[in-house]
Write a protein that binds this ligand. Structure first.
Ligand code: ACM
Length: 729
């Protein structure tokens, strides 16, 4: 939503004969971008032509006027009956004017596009409107990175933060240190332990230059991240002398927080200085990101060499040592004309005044940094962490199963109320982060990013007073149409229908339908796909079984996503998928894990990784004789430093593969059912066991479902549980 919009009378009709002009060479890219988008969305191809002076004739004209009293990203856009004019003082503003003009186009591949007359004066709220991509945990091809940059451009985002190094991979070619990518760019494939099968990937310097130029043509600055002193495993695997323990390390293929830190020898700083020299030369932007996050200090504490150095330097503790480490890097950047930015842990210890802080552990770090006079980018977990799931529907792909719905992303305001107006000036803007621990491909990235990135974009651009979630939702279907026109994949789960069913006795069930975003639902019973003439869903339905429900969400008379269809009968009412169960673990991360043996089969599992345990509240046990459980055997690949060994829990096993263990009335309650798990799983890595009910349980009880046995190196995870009547008549 632009800052100022005035709707006028009349319309401009665009067709294949429309003149598309630009004045000033720097305005060519804006006209080109408009022509490119128009060709893509409406199959009309206009050839931009230069004009030496601004004209006032008919047609579309992009005018770069350095004397216009406009900020670098501002533009003015006027659509009249005969002429469309986009004016800006600088190239970024003109580019954004081109995007807005394209956004004004109504749908269709008509020969004549009628654009309602309008006057827009626009300026972004923040100068930093960012997206971070993690290319370390999973690697994206240069083409895929460019596709994301294209999508960023149509959201008027202007900072691409590129997370290029981590425990799981070093992705940027450094000529002076070839092992960084030759060794650090490869890791053992997770699904093939011991098979010697590797997955590799890195960006050559030529590819990086091309991507940087591609971004620049879209008014996007690339901020590279070299993460230190933690997240260093891949670098240490390539050059063991950089590490703290002296151990040889493989590049990690595990999740979580690793203990491996760079050491603090002079040779390591020489290495980092040379790396940053090449990085500074590749990326023309002001900022280089040096990470600084999650560097747990166990290895530094345990190392006599590191401790000796710390004493020599007169530093009180490891936090001060990290601050000293970061300050050394700052000097390396400043001498190359660059500015340092890092995650908010860089505040733990004295930080050079010129350093910028990226607040990710909520906004507290950002608030503290702004109060201390540092510039700040707000990038808080979980609100702007797009790897968190966006709905709690079963169709959601792998991700961190805390739900960060569109509403949460939209509601985030980067400027905390507790800052003074002077401190607020330090808030440069906001950034969404796409971590890829769970996201293996472009489709997964697009699902995580869209449409939530549209909410980020609106917060980054629109005046706070004009932001309104309800009108955003009303405009969203138009944005989805633009995504389809441009071939941008987006999540369908927020637009789908979720069904829950509960038995109400006498062969009936209460059926509840919902859409995660609250769009209206139409449904059919025992019929075909619904349309807007089908019954509108208003309240839970009380229906006789069996019944098949089809339902979809609608906006402006059009279906938003593929309809859902579900059969509800006595059997399905007694069956729960892991997504329908709660996690019993009080604390500790829950992962939504893909089955590495059959990612295509779509097997996904919600697992409290440190102590896997599932809870079914109100399981109806009357007449149940057997419990059938389907489970998957998944590799355990997770680190949390020394925490992880301390907090990892499992029941001791009494048989070779462990047992299914189901208790009632709490995990310490009586055992309802148990069965030995088998030695073999099927081709999809799944096994099914039948456990006879051993207690005369009646009525509804809470089930605690676990599997005994060490969770390393492999663990059982629940996929589905069914209660089977003694007499299934
Ligand atoms: C982070 O999420 N470790 C910055």
């Amino acid at each position: 939503m632009p800052a100022h919009v005035t709707q006028e009378k009349g319309r401009y009709t665009l067709d294949a004969t429309t003149r598309l002009q630009y004045s000033g060479q720097a305005s060519a890219s804006a006209a080109d971008e408009f022509a490119r988008l128009l060709a893509r969305s409406h199959a009309i191809s206009l050839q931009p032509t230069p004009s030496s002076i601004p004209t006032s004739g008919a047609g579309i004209e992009f005018v770069l006027d350095p004397t216009a009293k406009l900020g670098p990203e501002d533009y003015r856009l006027t659509v009249g009956p005969l002429r469309i004019e986009v004016v800006a003082a600088q190239a970024p503003g003109l580019f954004y004017g081109a995007i807005t003009l394209w956004q004004l186009l109504p749908p269709g591949r008509d020969d004549h596009i009628a654009i309602p007359a309008v006057h827009i004066e626009d300026t972004p709220r923040f100068p930093w409107r960012g997206l971070m991509l993690d290319s370390a945990r999973h690697f994206q091809s240069p083409e895929q990175v460019k596709q994301l940059l294209d999508a960023m451009a149509v959201h008027k985002l202007n900072v691409f933060h590129w997370h290029l190094t981590d425990d799981q991979g070093w992705r940027i070619q450094i000529l002076r240190y070839p092992n960084l990518t030759q060794v650090g760019g490869c890791r053992e494939k997770v699904d093939m332990p011991g098979a010697g099968s590797q997955e590799c990937g890195f960006y050559t310097q030529a590819q990086i230059r091309e991507i940087v130029a591609y971004a620049a043509a879209r008014q996007i600055t690339v901020v590279p991240e070299i993460d230190v002193p933690g997240h260093a495993t891949a670098a240490i695997a390539a050059y063991p002398q950089l590490g703290t323990t002296g151990q040889r390390l493989p590049v990690s293929n595990e999740r979580g927080i690793h203990a491996n830190l760079f050491n603090v020898d002079e040779g390591t700083f020489e290495f980092l200085d040379q790396v940053l020299a090449e990085v500074a030369e590749l990326f023309p932007g002001d900022y280089i990101h040096i990470g600084g996050d999650e560097a747990i200090k166990d290895q530094w504490r345990a190392s006599t060499r590191v401790q000796q150095r710390r004493h020599e330097l007169g530093l009180a503790d490891e936090a001060q040592l990290q601050a000293w480490f970061i300050t050394r890097l700052e000097a390396m950047l400043v001498k190359r004309g660059k500015r340092l930015i890092g995650w908010d842990e860089i505040l733990e210890g004295a930080l050079p005044a010129s350093a910028t802080v990226m607040s990710w552990r909520g906004t507290d770090g950002g608030i503290a940094a702004a109060r201390a006079g540092h510039d700040v980018v707000m990038s808080p977990s979980p609100d702007l962490y797009l790897d968190y799931l966006q709905t709690d529907t079963p169709g959601e792909p792998a991700g961190r199963p805390k739900t960060v719905p569109l509403r949460t992303v939209y509601a985030f305001d980067p400027v905390p109320a507790e800052l003074t107006s002077e401190q607020r000036q330090h808030v440069l803007g906001l950034q969404a982060n796409l971590w890829t621990g769970d996201i293996a491909d472009l489709a997964g990235l697009e699902h995580a990013a869209f449409p939530r990135l549209a909410a980020v974009a609106e917060t980054g651009w629109t005046p706070q007073a004009d932001k309104d979630y309800d009108t955003f939702l009303a405009r969203l279907p138009t944005q989805l149409r633009r995504y389809r026109e441009l071939g941008i994949g987006y999540a369908s789960t927020p637009f789908s229908v979720v069904l829950t069913a509960a038995a109400t006795g006498e062969g009936r069930a209460r059926i509840t339908l919902s859409n995660p975003l609250g769009y209206p639902i139409h449904y059919n019973i025992n019929g075909g796909p619904p349309d807007t003439s089908s019954p509108a869903y208003r309240a839970p339905l009380d229906l006789a079984l069996p019944v098949t429900i089809t339902a979809a969400a609608f906006a402006d008379g059009k279906v938003l996503a593929a309809p859902m269809s579900r059969l509800i009968d006595a059997t399905t009412l007694l069956r729960h998928e892991d997504e329908q169960l709660e996690q019993c673990a009080e604390d500790g991360p829950v992962l939504r894990m893909a089955n590495p043996r059959s990612p295509e089969a779509g097997g996904l599992f919600n697992v409290a990784i440190l102590a896997p345990c599932w809870r079914w509240s109100d399981a109806p046990l009357d007449g149940i004789g057997t419990i059938r459980v389907r489970a998957a055997r998944l590799p355990y690949r997770f680190r949390l430093g020394s925490e992880e060994e301390r907090r990892r829990r499992f029941l001791p096993a009494t048989t070779a593969q462990g047992e299914l263990d189901i208790r009632i009335d709490g995990c310490d309650g009586p055992r309802l059912a148990t069965a030995a798990m088998p030695a073999h799983v099927d081709a999809e890595g799944l096994a099914t066991v039948l456990a006879p009910v051993r207690l005369p349980a009646r009525g509804a009880h809470t089930l605690c479902i676990r599997f005994s046995g060490d969770t390393r190196p492999q663990m059982w995870v629940l996929d589905q549980i069914s209660l089977q009547p003694t007499d299934p008549e």
